[in-house]
Design a binder for this molecule. Structure first.
Ligand SMILES: *Cc1c(COP(=O)(O)O)cnc(C)c1O
Length: 348
């Protein structure tokens, strides 16, 4: 059953993805970098819902390819009808090689074992260089193989200009040894875009697609593309001295109007925001009172006319994942990936 707000019966929380904001961000990234985009949509498009995000991105001419973490995510993209190149950032394990062939996926090779798995198969692949990320990638070994169609590296500390510059020059030396083969070359993630690396052919971007700024001073004019709304399921007055939620970590200092929203840590609101963060009712800040629980969170409604059934903003234009992450002592990526499947996804 569809209600006026467009949500289905029983869905008390909704995550809305604004198509025009995503389009705007893709264009701005392209305008700034001058390079086609490999859209990183691993982990269900950072928890935003790859079923919605990937078909939207592939309509945009600035998006040339996709990247996911593992083979299974790549297969899922093909089943969604994605025809573009799909990079598997996390390499290839022996039991995955049949699917890689069948679905035409492009593994990123970061280890001699990945090369062995590929063996003599007719599979194109990219090679990853560890220029200072200290995770996946060859340090400097040059691979001679005609099936290579791209090479990549990844910055470990994009906010650190000195170290990133060093990584970029290391990668530059590696790239020069592959010169003349017409390979795709990619390094910049959302934060890395600030380096405008002259010798890469593509950028490999995830976070910025949603309008989240990866750095404090970010030169690209992004528009927030995601909002999460939830509903008030109860409103009441509590007397002075009344405890709130598990563990009674908050006690009303005076009589208070409180509300309960249908959004808890099972929906993705980190428990570390208990007694710290706030939600929004229109432009009014609703402080989170007491411990966040699995399905519900108590908020202060003092000074509002909020009533049962009203919508409360968890994330929106005025309040990004980045803002909430700062309060929770984490990064926007983690908060985004934590939004559970119970929160209904909608494209608007
Ligand atoms: C996740 C990831 C990206 C995308 O990073 P964003 O900061 O979201 O733009 C790029 N490259 C690699 C190797 C990644 O793992």
């Amino acid at each position: 059953m569809i209600t006026k707000e467009g949500t289905c019966l029983g869905c008390r929380s909704v995550l809305r993805i604004d198509r025009s904001a995503v389009r705007h961000n893709v264009r701005e990234i392209y305008r700034f970098s001058g390079k086609k985009i490999i859209a990183v949509v691993k982990s269900d498009a950072y928890g935003m819902g790859v079923r919605f995000v990937a078909p939207l991105l592939r309509e945009l001419e600035e998006v040339e390819a996709f990247a996911v973490a593992c083979t299974e995510e790549g297969v899922f993209l093909r089943e969604l009808g994605i025809k573009e190149e799909i990079l598997i950032l996390g390499g290839v394990l022996p039991e995955e090689i049949e699917a890689v062939k069948e679905y035409g996926l492009t593994p990123v090779v970061s280890d001699p074992e990945h090369l062995k798995v590929i063996g003599k198969e007719d599979i194109k692949f990219h090679v990853n260089y560890d220029t200072g990320m200290g995770r996946l990638g060859f340090i400097e070994e040059i691979i001679e193989d005609p099936r290579i169609t791209g090479i990549m590296s990844h910055l470990s500390s994009p906010a650190d200009r000195e170290f990133s510059t060093e990584q970029i020059s290391r990668f530059s030396r590696i790239v020069s040894r592959y010169r003349g083969r017409g390979l795709k070359v990619h390094l910049e993630s959302s934060a890395g875009l600030i380096y405008r690396v002259p010798f890469t052919t593509h950028v490999r971007v995830g976070l910025a697609l949603y309008g989240e700024r990866p750095l404090r001073d970010y030169p690209i004019n992004l528009e927030s593309a995601v909002s999460i709304l939830t509903r008030l399921i109860s409103v009441k007055e509590v007397p002075k001295g009344h405890p709130i939620s598990y563990g009674r970590t908050f006690v009303a200092p005076e009589p208070m109007k409180i509300g309960v929203v249908a959004f808890g840590y099972a929906d993705g609101l980190m428990k570390s925001l208990s007694n710290r963060g706030y939600l929004l009712y229109g432009s009014s800040r609703l402080p989170i009172l007491g411990n966040i629980t699995m399905d519900m969170t108590v908020v202060g409604l003092e000074g509002t006319r909020a009533k049962v059934g009203d919508w409360v903003t968890v994330v929106g234009k005025e309040r990004t994942f980045g803002d909430l992450a700062r309060e929770a002592g984490t990064i926007p990526y983690e908060l985004m990936c934590n939004v559970s499947s119970r929160v209904k996804r909608e494209l608007i």
